[in-house]
Design a protein around this ligand. Structure first.
Ligand code: GDP
Ligand code: MG
Length: 436
C-alpha cells in the first residue's frame, strides 16, 4: 500500500503542471492503491471524493505550491481516515487490569507478551494471567515468550474453569503489588457472538479497566464487523491489529476498524516480542507515503519563519498586486539569510522535487547577477517591470554586460513570484504575517 501511494505522489511531483486532469489521475491512483489493500470500496470512494474536492477547491497556503498542497491534503485525509489522533494506552490506577479477547489465532497471546514487555520497558511491573483452558500448552506458550524478561505468568494447565483462573490470577497479582495485570483469554470461538459472551463472563469476574480486542490484520475489511460487534457490546476497550507486517490487506483492516470509531492503540508488526508499535495515524501515514518526519518538519518551518524578514505591510502590498523588482530582490535576499533553504524545503513532503526550483532558490551568485542587471534598469522599470519590452531587455543586457537570456530569466522569476503571491489565500497569509 505504501509503495503504491508513494508512487502516486511521486507521479504528481514529476508532472509539470497541476490541473484538474492531474488531480483526477492522482485520486484514481490512490483509489487503486487502497482498493488493492482491501479497503472497503465505499470508504475509498468517500475518502477520494473528499481529497479531490479539496484539491480542486482549496487554494494552496502561503508559500506552498499546488503540488505540496495536494500532498498535504492526501496526508491529512488519510490520517483522518485512520482515526486522526493517537490513542495511547493509559495506566492510571495501580493495579490496572487489562483483559484481551479475540478469535483464536488472532495473535492474543503474542500480543499479551509484547504488551507486557512494552509496559515493562516503561517502568511498570507487569503480571500475566493465562486463562486459556482450551489450547493445550497455552500457559507454556506465554511463559516461554516472557521468561527471558523476568515477567511472571499465573496459570494452571490442569484447571478447566477459565473464569475462575482469571479471577484467581488477578487476585494473586493484586497481592503481589504489580502495576499492570494482563489477562490472556482463550477466544476459542469462531464468531463474534461467542467471543463477546466469553468477554462478558470473564469481565464480570475480574472487572478490567480496559478490554483489548485483538484482530488479525490479514482478514482485511472483514475486521469491520468484528470491531463493530465488540464496540457495541462494551464502551471501554482498545484494539490491537496484528500481523500488519507483510500483509497486503493491512490497510483494509486498519481503515475498517477505524471506521467503527474504535480506538486502535497498537499494531503488531512481526512475531518477535518487540514487534508491537503504539498506533499513531499521523506517523503511520507519513511512513506510508514515504514522507519522513512531518512533525520535525513543521517545527523547523516555524523556526524558519521567525528568521524571515517579512513585514505585514509588505505582504498586504504584495497581495494587492504591488510587487515590483525591488520587492523581489529584497525577498530573495531575505530568503538567502534563511540558511540552507533548499535542505529545509526538501523536508516538506514531495516538495524537494516538486517546487519550481527557480521560484524559491536563488544562490548567492545568481543574486549578485540580478543586482548587476537591476543596476542597469531605470527607476521606472524597477517599479513597473511590465513595461520592459524586448528593446529594453536588449538595452539592459548590453548595459549590464549580461545576456538577453539572463535578463529574461530574472523577469521570469519575477513573474513566477508575482503569480505565487496572487495565488495566496489572503486571510491565511495575513494571519501568518502577524507572526513574523
Ligand atoms: P492467539 O490464539 O490469539 O493467542 O494467537 P497467538 O498469539 O498464538 O498467535 C497466532 C500466530 O500468529 C502465532 O504464530 C504468532 O506468532 C503469529 N502472530 C501474532 N502476531 C503477529 C504479528 O504481528 N505478525 C506476525 N507475522 N505474526 C504474528
Ligand atoms: Mg492464545
Amino acid at each position: 500500500l505504501g509503495k503504491a501511494l508513494n508512487s502516486a505522489l511521486k507521479k504528481l511531483a514529476r508532472s509539470s503542471t497541476v490541473d484538474e486532469a492531474t488531480i483526477k489521475e492522482v485520486v484514481r491512483d490512490i483509489q487503486r492503491a487502497l482498493i488493492q489493500a482491501d479497503v472497503n470500496v465505499r470508504l475509498v470512494l468517500q475518502l477520494t471524493k473528499t481529497i479531490e474536492k479539496r484539491a480542486l477547491e482549496e487554494k494552496a497556503p502561503a508559500g506552498a505550491s499546488k503540488k505540496e498542497h495536494i500532498i498535504q491534503i492526501v496526508y491529512e485525509e488519510l490520517t483522518k481516515f485512520l482515526g486522526k489522533e493517537a490513542r495511547p494506552l493509559e495506566i492510571r490506577e495501580k493495579p490496572t487490569v487489562l483483559l484481551t479477547v479475540g478469535i483464536q489465532g488472532s495473535g492474543k497471546t503474542t500480543s499479551v507478551a509484547k504488551l507486557a514487555r512494552h509496559l515493562q520497558k516503561r517502568g511498570y511491573k507487569v503480571g500475566l494471567v493465562c486463562s486459556d483452558t482450551w489450547r493445550p500448552g497455552a500457559y507454556y506458550q506465554l511463559k516461554q515468550l516472557v521468561e527471558p524478561f523476568g515477567i511472571e505468568v499465573f496459570g494452571d494447565p490442569n484447571e478447566k474453569d477459565a473464569v475462575r483462573l482469571a479471577r484467581e490470577g488477578v487476585e494473586y497479582f493484586k497481592n503481589k503489588g504489580v502495576d499492570v495485570i494482563i489477562v490472556d483469554s482463550a477466544g476459542r470461538h469462531k464468531d463474534e457472538s461467542g467471543l463477546i459472551e466469553e468477554m462478558k463472563q470473564i469481565s464480570e469476574a475480574i472487572k478490567p479497566h480496559e478490554v483489548i480486542l485483538v484482530i488479525d490484520g490479514t482478514i482485511g475489511q472483514q475486521a469491520y464487523n468484528q470491531a463493530l460487534a465488540f464496540k457495541e457490546a462494551t464502551p471501554i476497550g482498545s484494539i490491537i491489529v496484528t500481523k500488519l507486517d507483510g500483509s497486503a490487506k493491512g490497510g483494509g483492516a486498519l481503515s475498517a476498524v477505524a471506521a467503527t470509531g474504535a480506538p486502535i492503540k497498537f499494531i503488531g508488526v512481526g512475531e518477535r516480542i518487540d514487534d508491537l508499535e503504539p498506533f499513531d495515524p499521523k506517523r503511520f501515514v507519513s511512513r506510508l507515503l514515504g514522507m519522513g518526519d512531518i512533525e520535525g518538519l513543521l517545527q523547523k518551518l516555524e523556526e524558519l519563519q521567525k528568521e524571515r524578514e517579512f513585514k505585514e505591510e509588505d505582504v498586504e502590498k504584495f497581495l494587492k498586486g504591488k510587487f515590483n523588482l525591488k520587492d523581489m530582490y529584497a525577498q530573495l535576499e531575505a530568503m538567502g539569510k534563511m540558511g540552507p533553504l533548499k535542505q529545509i524545503l526538501q523536508m516538506i513532503p514531495g516538495l524537494g522535487y516538486s517546487l519550481p526550483e527557480d521560484a524559491v532558490k536563488v544562490g548567492e551568485e545568481k543574486l549578485n547577477r540580478y543586482r548587476v542587471i537591476m543596476d542597469s534598469m531605470t527607476e521606472e522599470e524597477l517599479e513597473h517591470p511590465e513595461i520592459i519590452n524586448y528593446s529594453r531587455i536588449k538595452r539592459i543586457a548590453r548595459g549590464s554586460g549580461t545576456s538577453v537570456k539572463e535578463v529574461r530569466e530574472l523577469l521570469n522569476q519575477y513573474n513566477q513570484m508575482k503569480k505565487m503571491f496572487k495565488g495566496m489565500d489572503k486571510r491565511k497569509l495575513s494571519k501568518m504575517a502577524k507572526k513574523f
